[in-house]
Write a protein that binds this ligand. Structure first.
Ligand SMILES: Cc1ncc(COP(=O)(O)O)c(C=O)c1O
Length: 390
């Protein structure tokens, strides 16, 4: 497949380069589905669920239509709804809070740490107090593994245990990563992930999955994703959703899963090169001790973001902002509660984060060009090193 390359770095996430590496396996896999005709929950879906569970070491994998549903289905399986508080970070993709609201519960925002970008446990404790003050029942914390690095599940688990909270991992960005040698998928009671095309493991449409070790809840999730009717059951037992994975998407994911371990290693090598080249001019991402990341995003923090974005654009280097607004600043969520100290780190980060191209097929030459462009932009502008919000 030949592609026109019109700018220095052709894509922020280069899915076309990955297609070239996949060869004709994807076409053959799709053609098999076209022949057998079981387009929804067909044999590829079951095979994918088995392979994903074995990849991460979870007892069960229940695939579904997307990562947002994966979160919502989890809350539904636990009967979480009206009067319940679900704690979510304010600095994440909007789907995390959306799922909490759609369940009928009240989201309570928690601030994040400026070093890992993940949930701050001191802020979580405050938010739990605030929920109680408002007469809400603290039920669940959704910890997000932002940019591909797991949250601090040990610290979160201790607080959750003390307050009787369920821990759900929003691993839409982190499937494939690990913490203390345990893979994402096994770090919380439930793990929800997304196979959106640009995710580290993405399909060619929407897709998602839930991982759990709980046999009973796994059976319920199988039913909930299919209008409340479990496999082999004669009737609808629960209020459910239509959230099934297409066999074609599962077939594509099975092909991509073969490349995934090598792709994770390539992402890490790129992150290492970026870190070495950029640490002296910007705040580069930090991993917690014992954590690995799949680098869904490589995001730096700088007080000169606008100048950097402009210079990158002019040099032909695509960049992106994840995320330009804290969730508590977005219209549907402005009235949602948070702890008394507020969400200062989240709001501070929204003005300073900028993500650089990151994918497994980014050449060393492209990486070096990106590093040189960023260095040049940040050393020629006036100083403004990014410290965390006071
Ligand atoms: C942190 C986070 N949570 C949830 C989702 C939702 O996934 P999906 O787009 O598959 O619904 C995403 C996807 O972008 C995400 O980044």
């Amino acid at each position: 497949m030949s592609r026109e390359r019109t700018q220095a770095v052709p894509a922020f996430i280069d899915l076309a380069a990955q297609r070239e590496h996949l060869g004709d396996g994807v076409e053959r896999a799709i053609s098999t589905v076209l022949k057998h005709g079981q387009f929804i929950l067909g044999p590829e879906v079951q095979e994918l669920e088995l392979q994903l569970a074995s990849f991460c070491g979870a007892r069960h994998c229940i695939s579904c239509a997307n990562g947002t549903d994966a979160l919502l289905l989890t809350l539904m399986a636990e009967g979480i709804g009206k009067g319940d508080a679900v704690f979510v970070p304010a600095f994440t993709f909007v789907a995390t809070v959306e799922a909490a609201v759609l369940s009928g519960a009240t989201p309570v925002f928690v601030d994040v740490r400026p070093d890992s970008f993940n949930l701050d446990v001191a802020s979580l404790e405050e938010a739990i107090g605030e929920a109680r003050k408002r007469g809400l029942k603290p039920r669940c914390v959704i910890a997000v593994d932002l940019y591909g690095q797991p949250a601090d599940y040990k610290a979160i688990g201790e607080i959750a245990a003390a307050h009787g909270l369920l821990v759900v991992a929003d691993a839409a960005q982190s499937f494939g990563a690990s913490l203390d040698d345990k893979k994402v998928g096994t770090l919380a009671s439930y793990t929800a992930t997304s196979f959106y095309p640009s995710k580290p493991l993405g399909c060619y449409g929407d897709g998602g999955a839930i991982f759990t070790d709980d046999d009973t809840k796994a059976m319920r999730l199988h039913a909930l994703r299919n209008h409340g009717k479990g496999p082999g059951r004669p009737d609808t037992e629960y209020l459910g959703l239509n959230s099934r994975l297409d066999s074609i998407q599962a077939a594509i994911l099975l092909e991509k899963l073969r490349l995934f371990p090598g792709e994770i290693a390539a992402r890490q090598a790129t992150a290492d090169r970026y870190n070495a080249g950029l640490a002296s001019v910007a705040k580069v991402p930090q991993l917690m001790a014992g954590a690995t990341s799949v680098w869904a995003q490589y995001t730096i923090v700088t007080g000169r973001r606008d100048a950097l974005a402009k210079a990158c654009h002019e040099a032909g280097v695509p960049t992106a902002i994840h995320y330009a607004s804290a969730l508590n600043c977005l219209p549907p969520y402005r009235e949602m509660p948070a702890g008394p100290t507020g969400l200062r780190q989240s709001e501070w980060l929204t003005e300073r984060v900028i993500s650089l191209p990151m994918h497994p097929y980014l050449s060393v030459e492209a990486q070096d060009f990106i590093i040189a462009t960023v260095r040049q932009a940040l050393t020629s502008a006036k100083p403004g090193v990014a410290h965390a919000a006071e």
